[in-house]
Design a protein around this ligand. Structure first.
Ligand code: CTP
Length: 440
């Protein structure tokens, strides 16, 4: 009996896949199909697969062509599988030509001609065609534009920025009128100064546009509540853009904490700083420390301990009173059973680490923790320590985009970042203005 094996993602199963499977089957008597697991796909750079592993397996099964279906979970597994299943022929489409020649050592390798004119990538792009407008003055917009190219289905259709000339963007369609931009797009990525967020988001939501806004979405909780309400009434997505929230490592870290691996949590310390030359800053466009870093530093605290704290005290070193510009801010929270603190600063440097302390051990995320791809769970007995790695591409922007697209298509809620956390972040921005203690 000649045994054949082939691998693929088989997202949105199409004619090209079926033709490949049929020809693979004809090469022998028994066909094994390896379907790639989500995590493995992510490490290969396929991040916006639409269907779950189960759906993809079911789709391959329903063709009736495969004699057996297995899951591909790790680099190098193909060698293991070929030996384990006593495979005679390994085959894939010609788009992989040469890439699997190393398997010749274990079995025969055959590249089958790829079917022209169809691919999962194209189907994903056809399924969702979003015209996105970019709003704001930050160079991060350049990264956002670049990252959109990794996500099928988003086209940058225009820019509204006071600093258009300073931004190096491929899209040259600039708008000097915000409403005109709104009339040309389906969605917005907003990273304007936080003072402008409320008005810009409200106007866009009234015109039924979907929005990703760099956190904080507003500087007051009441305004943020109003924005979420309008979004809901108009059936629009309003996504709070904290990149860290959408990264794999951070979401896995949260799950791990919830399993009780380090016991009850007693303390959380989060620090985010980036020392910058503030001598020539333009206060109209520059984000102060609390808005630039506060939402990210608040994220692990509110995710793990919730938003029902008993007390919150804010201390700041202020550079400019009129513009409310803090060089540095420290916030202490007291909860019923735990405490938390954060330090943020554009004008102070500190170690940008995250430490979550529990009664059985602690989680340590080294600097810069907000770009987490690695963390450690540490115990008194260090032989029990564990290290976790998860790839982070594009500083998390592309994962944020994918969540946004999924929310748009399926009109689901944001499973990565609860609305109450976004609202409480806005509340802290408000408290920063009204309640903070000022250092000299
Ligand atoms: N394949 C093919 N003809 C196509 C598309 C895919 O022969 N038009 C083959 C691939 O070469 C591979 C298998 O089908 O052997 C599974 O491919 P997969 O990567 O899942 O599908 P793609 O459509 O290529 O997906 P993507 O666009 O995400 O790369």
């Amino acid at each position: 009996m000649v045994k054949v094996i082939t691998y693929g993602t088989y997202d949105l199963l199409h004619y090209g896949h079926i033709r490949l499977l049929e020809r693979a089957k004809e090469l022998g008597d028994y066909l094994i199909v390896g379907v790639t697991a989500d995590d493995f796909d992510k490490t290969r750079g396929k991040i916006n697969v639409q269907q779950s592993l189960m759906e993809r397996v079911e789709a391959v099964k329903s063709t009736g062509i495969a004699d057996e279906i297995i899951i591909e979970e790790y680099e190098g597994q193909k060698i293991d599988d070929i030996k384990r299943y006593d495979i005679d022929i390994f085959t894939v489409g010609s788009d992989w030509k040469g890439k699997f020649d190393y398997l010749n050592e274990y079995c025969k390798v055959i590249y089958l001609e790829r079917t022209e004119g169809v691919s999962s990538t194209e189907l994903r792009a056809e399924k969702c065609q979003i015209k996105m407008g970019l709003v704001g003055e930050s160079h991060i917009l350049e990264k956002v534009e670049r990252e959109c190219s990794f996500v099928n289905g988003i086209e940058i259709a225009g820019i509204y920025s006071e600093l258009c000339d300073n931004l190096n963007l491929n899209c040259k369609k600039t708008f000097s009128d915000y409403d005109e931009l709104l009339d040309s797009v389906d969605a917005l990525y907003i990273i304007s100064h936080p003072q402008k967020h409320y008005t810009q988001i409200k106007r866009a939501l009234e015109k039924k546009k979907h929005i990703i806004c760099e956190s904080p979405i507003s500087l007051s909780k009441i305004e943020a509540e109003e924005l979420f309400k309008i979004a809901e009434e108009n059936n629009c997505v309003l996504l709070d853009g904290i990149k860290t929230a959408y990264s794999t490592a951070f979401s896995r870290l949260l799950l791990l904490v919830k399993t009780g691996i380090i016991g009850d949590i007693v303390s959380i310390d989060a620090t985010c700083t980036s020392l910058e030359d503030l001598s020539k800053i333009d206060y109209e466009t520059k984000w102060n420390s609390i808005t630039a870093w506060g939402p990210t530093a608040l994220l692990p605290i509110f995710e793990v301990l919730g938003t029902d704290y008993i007390d919150c005290s804010i201390v700041s070193k202020v550079l400019d009173e009129k513009f409310n510009f803090d060089l540095f801010t420290k916030i202490n929270f007291t909860y019923e059973k735990a405490v938390a603190s954060l330090k943020v600063g554009n004008g102070v440097k500190s170690e940008g680490e995250l430490i979550i302390s529990g009664q059985n051990g602690y989680i340590y995320v080294p600097a810069p923790w907000w770009k987490t791809d690695y963390f450690e769970v540490r115990f008194e007995d260090s032989t029990k320590n564990k290290r976790y790695f998860y790839q982070l591409d594009g500083e998390g922007i592309r994962y944020e985009m994918i969540v946004f697209l999924k929310m748009l298509e399926k009109r689901t809620f944001n499973s990565y970042l609860d609305k109450n956390i976004s609202l409480e972040i806005c509340n802290i921005m408000d408290k920063f203005t009204s309640e903070r203690f000022k250092l000299k």
